[in-house]
Design a protein around this ligand. Structure first.
Ligand code: MF3
Ligand code: CO
Length: 283
């Protein structure tokens, strides 16, 4: 990662951040419906249909469909698949599997992007823990999305959170990103690195933070479908993502339904989070 480069980072007005919140809520609600639909026997194509219906019903547009030729509304990555798995009518979930669901939506030209990993029925304790470790690392990173910090403070917090939890692999080839009028914008947001580097974080920036954590080696491979990324050693992977806006009062997690604010963040915001705070204590 070259921390020195000067990135062109889009700065949003509070009104524009509020519109991104609308996109974020569509993504959050869609992911909740999908997580509730996950059960043994359902196919990943079934989940894709549900996502398409939810996003359209909300008056939003799916951002993944057609993106660089991507053929579906969501990405569904099962077990050793890390990211960008393509939904398929022949991919039927079984009890004990874990599935990462990644979803993006556009409202009035503004993007939201988030992912969760959930278990199918009952899953092994080591997989429960993998999911918790990855989600906790995401929130550790989100808590650093505050004015005055540096971009790599987020990256470092994510990596340190995982390292503290145990000998997990943290994926390096795929990173988070700036987001706003497009899904993928400057700057890249790696999930590793030293603190105190990269651009200074300022109010009006929005980032998608998305750690991918594996039980084994962090080495990745792409399947012949040109999309699906898997672990080389076959170890299972978790992926969690949120879109966060940096506000004067701290991080505003636009794709958390409750407007969740990471531990340590202020619970009030001038950008519309009034009455939505309160998630911090729960995490
Ligand atoms: N959420 C993914 C990301 O942040 C997007 C999936 S790639 C797509 O990179 F092509 F499917 F859109
Ligand atoms: Co993303």
């Amino acid at each position: 990662m070259r921390w020195r480069r000067r990135w062109a980072i889009e700065i949003k007005t509070p009104e524009q951040v509020a519109r991104m919140r609308q996109a974020g809520l569509v993504v959050a609600r869609t992911l909740r419906v999908l997580a509730e639909a996950v059960r043994p026997g359902i196919t990943t194509a079934d989940l894709d249909s549900i996502a398409a219906r939810e996003i359209r019903a909300a008056g939003a547009v799916p951002s993944f469909l057609g993106y660089q030729g991507y053929p579906a509304t969501i990405c569904t990555s099962v077990n050793e698949e890390i990211v960008h798995g393509i939904p398929s009518p022949v991919k039927r979930l079984r009890g004990g599997d874990i599935i990462s669901i990644d979803c993006g939506a556009i409202v009035d030209g503004w993007h939201g992007d988030a992912a969760v990993t959930v278990g199918v029925g009952e899953i092994a304790p080591e997989h429960e823990r993998l999911l918790s470790v990855c989600e906790a690392a995401l929130w550790a990173g989100l808590a650093r999305a505050r004015p005055g910090g540096r971009l790599s403070d987020i990256s470092h917090a994510v990596e340190r959170s995982v390292r503290t939890a145990g000998p997990y692999g943290v994926i390096r080839e795929y990173v988070g990103h700036g987001i706003g009028t497009a899904m993928h914008m400057d700057p890249p947001v790696p999930n590793y690195g030293p603190p105190g580097h990269g651009p200074r974080l300022t109010a009006g920036m929005a980032l998608a933070v998305e750690p991918m954590v594996v039980l084994g080696s962090r080495q990745t491979a792409e399947l012949p479908d040109g999309w699906t990324v898997v672990t080389v050693d076959g170890s299972w992977a978790a992926h969690f993502e949120h879109t966060v806006a940096i506000t004067p009062e701290g991080p505003w997690v636009l794709t958390a339904e409750d407007g969740g604010r990471p531990a340590g963040a202020s619970l009030t915001s001038s950008t519309g989070a009034r009455g939505e705070g309160g998630a911090a204590d729960a995490r």
